[in-house]
Design a protein around this ligand. Sequence first.
Ligand SMILES: [Zn+2]
Ligand SMILES: [Zn+2]
Length: 407
Amino acid sequence: MESFISKIATLAENCHCGNHHPITIEKITVGNEMLKDAVRYIGEKNYQKVKIIVDNHTFQAAGKELANQLERADIPFTTCYILPDENQDIIADERALVQVLLESSKETDVMVAVGAGTIHDIVRFCSTKMGIPFISIPTAPSVDGFTSMGAPLIVRGEKKTFQMSSPIAIFADLTVLKNAPRKMIAAGFGDMIAKFTSLADWKFGHLVGGEPYCKAAAQITRDALNASVKNVEKIKKGDEEGIQILIESLIASGLAMLLFGHSHPASAGEHHLSHYWEMEFLRQKRAAVLHGAKVGIAASILAKIYKSEFLPFICNGMEGIDENLYIKIKEHKEEIKAVYEQIPDSILLRKWVEQLGGETHPEQLGIENDLVIKGLNEAHKLRDRFTALKFLNEIVKIRREFASEIL
Ligand SMILES: [Zn+2]
Ligand SMILES: [Zn+2]
């Protein structure tokens, strides 16, 4: 992965979009014995007050071994066990944030996030607010947020993403990741296939809706997506090779966001739909659902809608739309067509996720048809970002009533 950082640097050098942000991650390593590597790194940095942040599961998965290694290396540390909520979920909300802040002190010189996406979001916030660097040790290849700066947090019952800091180093241990629950591996793949729709929406938003763009970030994300999809059989096996491909794809997707400074490469209509569902679950105080599981399903729903409604609209006259928009779309029609045509059929997207043991329909996650329809009608309002979902709602003015048409 070291060479991967240099690959990104080369791509970035050749892109003159003016939107690049510095990548301040010093070390990205994926392989075996990575916990030892992490301890070696901590030793080299001469950190003397290490705070490990875990929950009960991730302590068993990697925290315990990390603690043993630190002990052996004679590096002082303390451990913070994030407590679950009443649904037994670990949630990045005020309670967890305050717990970590209270258990850390100004003398802490590094935090180590040992966990999946949520623990990273909590640590990303706390470390930035306290001005303490953090190291990432992912315990599941379940999301692409490990290397990014965005921390989606739940504050007063609402989920919002805050721009914080990226880790200074990431140590992805394949033995740990291989042992992650199957559902979390399928969720990681779900977060990757969401890039089919996010990349299409990003290009469209840029060409037509004035969204900023970066060729290099798009290329990094596209390459990562292709690697995951091409190797779905290997990922299904769950062996080291497959898990390595998946975690590297997720890390790369996070780095693309870091380079661009925003989530555009990795998050568009499908993520907005998923956020809408999530907010409704929060309101009802229902148990959380894995991010990647939701966005994978949302991407397959949008794949169908984009291909059956958006593309035909763009290709057939665009009746009734504003003249300026009409001219812009017409000018870039071939490019827009090409990028949406690259999205695979929703049946194929679902088949891949199913092969990995993930859920493929909203009701399997407890998301009722009603909520799916509401989301399709409302989710575009959550973010001020130009997507085909927004376009279908606000320009084409499609109102949905029946889930049977799109599921
Ligand atoms: Zn995501
Ligand atoms: Zn660029």
